[in-house]
Design a protein around this ligand. Sequence first.
Ligand SMILES: NC(=O)c1ccc[n+]([C@@H]2O[C@H](COP(=O)([O-])OP(=O)(O)OC[C@H]3O[C@@H](n4cnc5c(N)ncnc54)[C@H](O)[C@@H]3O)[C@@H](O)[C@H]2O)c1
Length: 271
Amino acid sequence: MSREVTMPGLLADKIILITGGGSGIGAAGARLAARDGARVIVADLMPEAAERVARECNGEAATVDVRETASVQALIDGVATRHGRIDGLFHTAMSVPLVNKNDRRVTELTETTWEAILSLVLTGTFLVCKYAGRQMLKQGGGSIVLTATADALIGQAGLDAYTAAKGGVVSMTRSMAAGLSPEGVRINTICPGFVDTPHQREFLDVPALRARIEAMQLTPIMTAEDIAEMALFFLSDRARYLTGGIHACDGGYSAFKGRLDVMEVFGRAEE
Ligand SMILES: NC(=O)c1ccc[n+]([C@@H]2O[C@H](COP(=O)([O-])OP(=O)(O)OC[C@H]3O[C@@H](n4cnc5c(N)ncnc54)[C@H](O)[C@@H]3O)[C@@H](O)[C@H]2O)c1
């Protein structure tokens, strides 16, 4: 006779806040966190997007602009008042079109774009970490997962504002972890490669571009769920000893130069 064994979910009973949860990686994180037992708060600049995803995962929707102190404070205070705590924060909020359409190499980059990207990526990260971090210190611990990019680890022509801002996120991860983790707040950052999210479809749906993107990775192109699964692990107690880490989740993108076996091309030394 088989006996059913029920395991508690990875995030059972945890209060998980996801910024940028209305789309892409954040939305996948919201659905999977709910699957794993969390109570999810889906926060986004776009109220309808947040509400749609919150409905899908039986969670709560909130509107936030991560660039604005008052907005971030209101979000954190609201969650803390309703639930008494915030166990995990998965920060993904970003405008992919802002970067894809406007970022440039330094000599062509406008000051307006530079400031817009730094404000959204770097100030946004500062604000959510500041106010969620304060709440986590108050309650005695928590886990923050930030989203940088593989482009913050290796050079990428034409993305000088994005790489500067995400490079700042990478650096902040280490110093914030050093400052907060002794009091129980863990901080880890994921660096995705190219991910199949709605805004990246403009490239992936063009066969010639898709082929070039595929050639930059050693695995098939990742989905939003692939990235989210990694984030959920860092949010969970199973990662209780992990903090201050910068984790590539990029199909090998930052590990190699190209799909080229140089020894095949230039000839192997004779035995
Ligand atoms: N998709 C990729 O290929 C890729 C690669 C590397 C890194 N990333 C990073 O992953 C994260 C998520 O990317 P995605 O592709 O899922 O993006 P996405 O565009 O699908 O979702 C981002 C969400 O953030 C929200 N948002 C934008 N500005 C906001 C603001 N000021 N305040 C609150 N919310 C705001 C948007 O409304 C959107 O719902 C980003 O930080 C991005 O830089 C993505």
